[in-house]
Ligand binder design. Structure first.
Ligand code: IMP
Length: 428
């Protein structure tokens, strides 16, 4: 197997960063294909914690990393991240990190509009990360976005002044806010341009060459399937396509090139921001998972809402992504929970439903149907073979495989690279 896509199956924060970091060791190239610094990957290597928002997690394995055309990038944040990683002794030369010429640039007016909409009470509050992600993707679709190729172009100032005029009208007239200082913006972005220019290139050509050479490529998704702009819990979603199909569009490669697709499943469910969540827990078990799992957003620090695993969602993710395998993360966090609930279907007005509903009104009224299985007390974080897991843990894994009709390839029992049980190596 040479080309592998990794996506989240729930509402993000499934622990993709750790799995990408782990599998990057066996790949030649890591490509991130969507999202921006709304994502936050936490990785622990030799006891040291690293957080990245934009740079693919593969950088810690010293692999060539690509910021794909499907991403939206805040250049100031990217430079901070480069400096942060360099400060930690990680080499980030322009041949290690490449930015697609077609990736879109987040501008100050995107962030101002994101914050204004979330705070004004006039629009529906989505609970965004406030990083300007949605407004930047809006401009991309409206064909007035600024791409990295445009940031480097001599017409940059003219283009920005044209767009900024309209944005400032909206910010001042509709929201009653101060306008963006365009001269300051241009000075800041001139600095970003100089610093980032060496990293910008036509990545589709590079990826194509790598494919032809038979290199192994890992395509890294951000957020999760149910935050997908088309297939997620719209409108409480992010503004990009988070599913495996977008690994192609967001990097410039055709679907025939993909070999396997792994969906990351947290052993329970979490969500940040607004929107329905059928298996959400409002009791001591929810607090236990939140605290033991350190369920705080890596980007905004917000407390994550916690609940039981929802196999209706996971089956939906298997379908939407054509998952060939699952990676189950944070299994150790469930240790100490006496009885574990697995949501197998929903009840909606006395009717059982097995599929994930499109209507949020329906989803909001769905009651989870649970199958209760016994938990385990043991600390499993030092277990390295599935056979050494407690019987109840193995039974839990078995039910997840049966209900999803998908094999579990990897199990994560702690944040460290080595705290992993590999059942079926996707690159071997
Ligand atoms: P945005 O992506 O900042 O526009 O936020 C839209 C929704 O997606 C909000 O509910 C966010 O909390 C959620 N979201 C965005 N990125 C992530 C992520 O990386 N993990 C979990 N939730 C996210």
């Amino acid at each position: 197997m040479s080309n592998l896509v990794i996506v989240g199956t729930q509402w993000g924060d499934e622990g993709k960063g750790k799995i990408v970091d782990l599998l990057a060791e066996y790949s030649d190239l890591v490509v991130r294909f969507q999202g921006g610094n709304n994502a936050g990957h936490t990785m622990v290597v030799d006891g040291e914690q690293f957080i990245s928002h934009l740079i693919p997690s593969g950088i810690l394995q010293k692999k060539q990393c690509i910021i794909g055309n499907g991403m939206v990038v805040d250049p100031g944040v990217l430079i901070e991240e480069i400096d942060y990683l360099i400060g930690k002794g990680i080499q980030i030369d322009p041949d290690m990190l490449l930015i697609s010429q077609k990736a879109h640039v987040i501008m100050p007016y995107h962030k101002a509009i994101d914050a204004a909409r979330e705070g004004c009470g006039k629009s529906r509050k989505i609970g965004t990360t406030g990083r300007g992600i949605g407004p930047c993707y809006e401009d991309k679709a409206a064909r007035r976005g600024i791409r990295f190729i445009d940031l480097l172009d001599e017409d940059f100032e003219k283009n920005v002044r044209g767009v900024a005029e309209e944005k400032n009208f909206y910010l001042t007239s509709f929201h009653g806010l101060d306008p963006i200082d365009v001269d300051q913006l241009l000075r800041d972005y001139e600095g970003y341009r100089k610093r980032l220019a060496p990293y910008v290139s036509d990545i589709s050509v590079l990826i194509d060459k790598a494919v032809r050479k038979g290199n192994r490529i890992l395509f890294e998704g951000a957020q999760g399937t149910h935050l997908d702009i088309d297939h997620g819990t719209y409108p409480y979603v992010t503004s990009s396509s988070t599913i495996s199909g977008n690994a192609c569009c967001g990097s410039g490669i055709g679907p025939k090139r993909m070999d396997s697709i792994i969906g990351i499943v947290k052993a329970y469910t979490t969500r940040v921001g607004e929107g329905p969540f059928p298996t959400e827990l409002f009791d001591a078990t929810g607090d236990f998972l939140q605290q033991k799992g350190a369920e705080f957003g890596a980007t905004t620090g917000r407390k994550r809402r916690c609940g039981w695993i929802d196999m209706v969602m996971i089956r939906n993710a298997v379908m939407l992504n054509s998952l060939t395998g699952l990676a189950l993360t944070k299994l150790d966090v469930l240790g100490g929970v006496e009885e574990i609930n697995i949501c197998t279907s929903y009840m909606y007005r006395n009717q059982r439903i097995d599929h994930f509903p499109v209507s949020l009104k329906v989803l909001g009224e769905c009651e989870p149907v649970f199958e209760t299985v016994p938990g385990w007390k043991e600390d499993i974080s030092s277990v390295r073979s599935a056979d050494d897991l407690p019987e109840n843990t193995r039974n839990y894994l078995q039910r997840i495989q049966e209900l999803s009709e998908t094999p579990i390839d990897l199990i994560s029992v702690g944040p460290g690279r080595n705290e992993t049980i590999i059942l079926n190596h996707p690159f071997k």
